[in-house]
Design a protein around this ligand. Sequence first.
Ligand code: GLA
Length: 351
Amino acid sequence: MRVFRAPGRVNLIGEHTDYNQGLVLPAALDLDCRVTAKPSRWPVLTARSVNLGLERTWPLTSFERHGEWSDYVAGVAVELAKLGVRLPAAELEIRSTVPLGAGLSSSAALEVAVAFALCGLAGATLPPVELALACQRAENDFVGMKCGIMDQFVAVLGRKDHALRIDCRSLDKRPVPLPEECSLVMVNTMVRHELAKSEYNRRRQECEQAAAQLDRSLRDTTLAEAEALPQPLRRRARHVIGENARVEQFISAELDEKGELMYASHASLRGDYEVSCPELDFLVETARGIEGVVGARMTGGGFGGCAVNLVRSAAVPEFSRRIAIAYRQQFALEPQIYACHTADGAGELGN
Ligand code: GLA
């Protein structure tokens, strides 16, 4: 029996830029997905989700799609087989502490943990970036979510106590130390609006349309050039261009300025990119008024999920208390709060 893990992630800044060949700054978290893997006596792959209490089995030669959690597992198996990995007959038991649908990338954690388990049992070693790309293709092509590379990349290559600056065009990465005196606190809205997937895919299409009209990637477009686009493409491009610049500024900024950049990122995601929601806006506005908060913004795809808060460590307990009270009063929902540590990327436990 072998155990493999892959972390969830929080993105500090650089949202909806990855599929535009842009810059992102995520960190891997100590919330993770663990896959206990053992060989099976039959020529099948079985996946059991302990969290959901559900199980699926596929013959190793054909992977059916069910429109549910198991598609992430099957999609990864299909992509690995395409890369020449001899799929092992195996039983996978999956447990995750990454909250589902909370914008902390539970799906990439699942994909990457499964990929490590299948490669581990098959005795195959893929270059880390290849493995991340295979997981992204699983999600794009098998699950139908046209996500970028950020989540899978950081789930594989994240580094404890650091965020990872990823250039999503060259796939170059650079660890960036996190501010020492601060903690990352994620506050979960506990909602995930229905349109999350369809609007995500629509934004991606809009960006592709904008790039086609300008005949260049949004990574290489200036604000002045974006003015030529019709709406809503102009607003979408303005977000992406500003957000790429904010990632670079954030890395070199002093602490207070980092916070302002997070608020600016949120405002742009709300106004120009239109992927926020009242629950996230409320959390960010409320955080702004609480002592010790350096900055706050939505994190991940949007339409629900978590806000990420950069909070002076001494102020975390009081921040958590106050934001929970305010949210409960406003929405009659109990927000989950995760004061997380960062972690390394995926691997086998005990190695
Ligand atoms: C989701 C996707 C990522 C990225 C973010 C938005 O998490 O999986 O690829 O596009 O949304 O930044």
